[in-house]
Design a protein around this ligand. Structure first.
Ligand code: ZN
Length: 224
């Protein structure tokens, strides 16, 4: 099975399956590719199950991937331009430029472009969301691991020494991303949403209410 390898500061091999079924391996540099193949082989059933789950996933939003439709990224909506050709997607000069084998057939376009959008968003999240979270963690003097995750019902999630961020957050404005990250970082000290938790959070993020309102209003559209 093909996979993407990320060198990681950890002792064991970590396997993640991300949309639309890509395998991501996190492992220390000294671990050989044979060892990784072996681990993948041992986890084959689990990986297949995950990949199947993504394949079965229902359409999350009403996006139709037509020429001119707008998609969110970092809190702004950008227009999609479609040309005929082998399916591809890139973001260039404030536009999503895509190719699809059919410009007119909704099903074909969706089938071809949706996975490309999902992959694009996930890659952006793996890059800039993780960077932003690491920066925030540094400011808060927290030594934590940051994981991008396909969270179904929340924007973030915190565990001892780790935070998990929903990849869809890459679609939200940076202030909102920062708010969610700060929220999760604070959970490293407070597991529950108690009075002190909110007091502290409000002191770090004075516009918390506004951010929560924004997520309430637009959150459902942050998906593809
Ligand atoms: Zn919370």
């Amino acid at each position: 099975m093909r996979y993407r390898r990320i060198d990681a500061d950890r002792k064991s091999i970590g396997i993640q399956v991300v949309y639309p079924g890509d395998i991501i391996i996190r492992a220390p540099e000294e671990i050989s590719s044979e060892k990784i193949q072996e681990t993948i082989e041992n986890k084959k059933d689990w990986i297949k199950e995950k990949q199947q789950f993504f394949r079965n996933r229902e359409k999350a939003t009403d996006y139709e991937f037509y020429d001119g439709e707008k998609f969110p990224y970092m809190g702004r909506w950008y227009r999609l331009k479609i040309r005929k050709g082998e399916p591809s997607l890139k973001f260039y000069q404030g536009k999503f430029l895509a190719r699809s084998t059919s410009k007119n057939d909704d099903k074909t376009r969706t089938r071809e472009l949706r996975p490309l959008f999902l992959r694009w968003y996930n890659q952006r999240a793996e890059n800039s969301l993780v960077k932003l979270a690491k920066k925030q963690a540094y400011i808060f003097e927290k030594d934590i691991k940051v994981n991008i995750y396909d969270l179904k019902i929340s924007w973030g999630y915190s565990k001892q020494g780790k935070i998990f961020l929903n990849w869809r957050l890459i679609m939200a404005p940076k202030d909102i991303q920062k708010y969610v990250i700060t929220h999760e970082l604070l959970h490293q000290d407070f597991s529950k949403h108690g009075k002190e938790f909110w007091n502290r959070l409000d002191s770090y993020v004075p516009k918390r209410k506004e951010h929560e309102d924004w997520l309430q209003k637009y959150g459902k559209r942050l998906d593809v």
